[in-house]
Design a protein. Structure first.
Length: 426
């Protein structure tokens, strides 16, 4: 709770950085913009607590509840995540044409109803469909939140608030998995009820406190809404391909690790590993995300991304040799996470830099296609684990993240960067 209170305090300081006369912290002094940001951060936190309590255990749930094999679980998870990401692209692009507040409320409502449906259903296909809808709704919410921040915040505050948002996501991942572990010991269905309950509160927060977006762009710089522009932006193409490979290597690492451990050990040890690496991942993010994220600038983003890539590779190699040693799993997760907390704000800054005013949600939706990599991970993991030695999984992921970094560099060569991110300096 202390970390959450400190983060909310940072919101007030960041938003007021250029308006010193409003820096007194008190309810009457909090502006509507600050209330909107705090409500959205709290919503991200609660939604992620629900996801953290369920998503890491979906592979185990499908295996234990419906007797699905490791490769079948991988296929089901891949289908669900792929369908969710693809449909979220269309809905996310449309968000530029409609009210973002209403869009978020609709997405969360669908999120709640789908989580309620999973424990009430008794068919594996229906569960996979509901999981697809959950992924779609969450992707739309996450995309619209990014676009909301991009449209309403000053350039100097964007990367800082995004880093705070990412920190809140990982506070949710710190809280969610242990809660899910405790609940799943009582009943495999309880985590889904928790997720639905957690997601109900953001409906109230957003309805009451989030203001409708009043975008203030200069007319001469406002880009007419044109989805076809996405197809012709080469920088966006390279960044999306890079994000796809990066998310393949890191976006589903919890389910990937649980599949790996189930294949080389058993379900019981898989639960222990997942319950360890996710909180480690989240704690490192909460402690260092804002500190590292705010240091990213135009003049250091290339070397910082190289450092992030190196941390990813070292973490994956650590997973490869961890075996039954839980402490090594935890250490490897910590190193892996350093790469994550560099990549997260970095990828956001890349897209925000190239997205024209009036098409922020469209560009962030296109970026979300990168999560197809994460969607393909469970299927690829299942195939690798059933056809190749287990250690090759992490070797392949390490090679993939290096390729993602090279594609990112190619995209950065297309647009000028020395001046492009100058406004984002702290």
């Amino acid at each position: 709770m202390v970390a959450i209170q400190c983060a909310f305090g940072m919101v007030l300081l960041i938003v007021n950085a250029k308006n010193k006369k409003h820096c007194t912290v008190g309810y009457n002094m909090i502006t509507s913009q600050q209330r909107s940001i705090i409500a959205l951060l709290a919503s991200s936190l609660l939604l992620t607590i629900g996801r953290g309590a369920t998503l890491p255990f979906m592979t185990i749930y499908l295996n234990s509840q419906y007797g699905m094999a490791v490769d079948q679980v991988g296929f089901a998870m891949t289908v669900a995540m792929t369908v969710g990401v693809v449909f979220s692209l269309g809905f996310g692009i449309l968000a530029d044409k409609f009210d973002k507040k209403r869009y978020m409320l609709i997405a969360i409502t669908i999120f709640v109803v789908s989580f309620i449906g999973i424990p009430l259903s008794h068919n594996a296909v229906l569960v996979v469909i509901l999981f697809s809808i959950i992924n779609c709704a969450y992707s739309v919410f996450a995309t619209v939140v990014k676009a909301y921040f991009s449209d309403t915040l000053a350039p100097a505050a964007k990367s800082k608030v995004f880093s705070l948002n990412y920190s809140f996501l990982n506070i949710g991942w710190t809280i969610g998995p242990p809660l899910g572990t405790l609940l799943v010991m009582q009943s495999s269905q309880l985590p889904f009820w928790l997720a639905a309950a957690c997601a109900a509160f953001p409906l109230v927060f957003i309805q009451i406190w989030v203001q409708r977006v009043m975008v203030k762009h200069e007319e001469e710089t406002l880009q007419p809404w044109s989805p076809s522009l996405l197809l012709h932006d080469k920088a966006l193409l390279w960044f999306t391909l890079s994000g796809m490979l990066a998310s393949f290597a890191s976006g589903s690492f919890a389910s990937c690790i649980s599949q790996y451990v189930m294949a080389v050990a058993d379900n019981a040890f898989a639960q222990k590993v997942v319950a360890l690496v996710l909180p480690v991942n989240a704690v490192i993010v909460v402690m260092f995300q804002y500190v590292i994220g705010r240091t990213l600038r135009a003049d250091n983003i290339r070397p910082m991304m190289a450092v992030g890539t190196l941390c990813f590779v070292l973490g994956l190699l650590g997973f490869m040799i961890s075996g039954s040693q839980l402490w090594l799993w935890g250490l490897s997760a910590a190193v892996f996470t350093v790469g994550e907390i560099i990549y997260a704000p970095g990828e956001y800054m890349l897209i925000d830099h190239i997205a024209p005013p009036g098409m922020k949600a469209s560009y962030f939706s296109a970026q979300a296609l990168g999560w197809l990599g994460a969607a393909m991970n469970p299927l690829a993991t299942g195939i690798i684990l059933t056809t190749l030695p287990g250690w090759t999984l992490f070797a392949i992921l390490a090679a993939t993240i290096v390729l993602a970094w090279l594609m990112m560099l190619r995209g950065m060569q297309i647009r000028p960067w020395d001046s492009g991110l100058s406004a984002a300096k702290a």
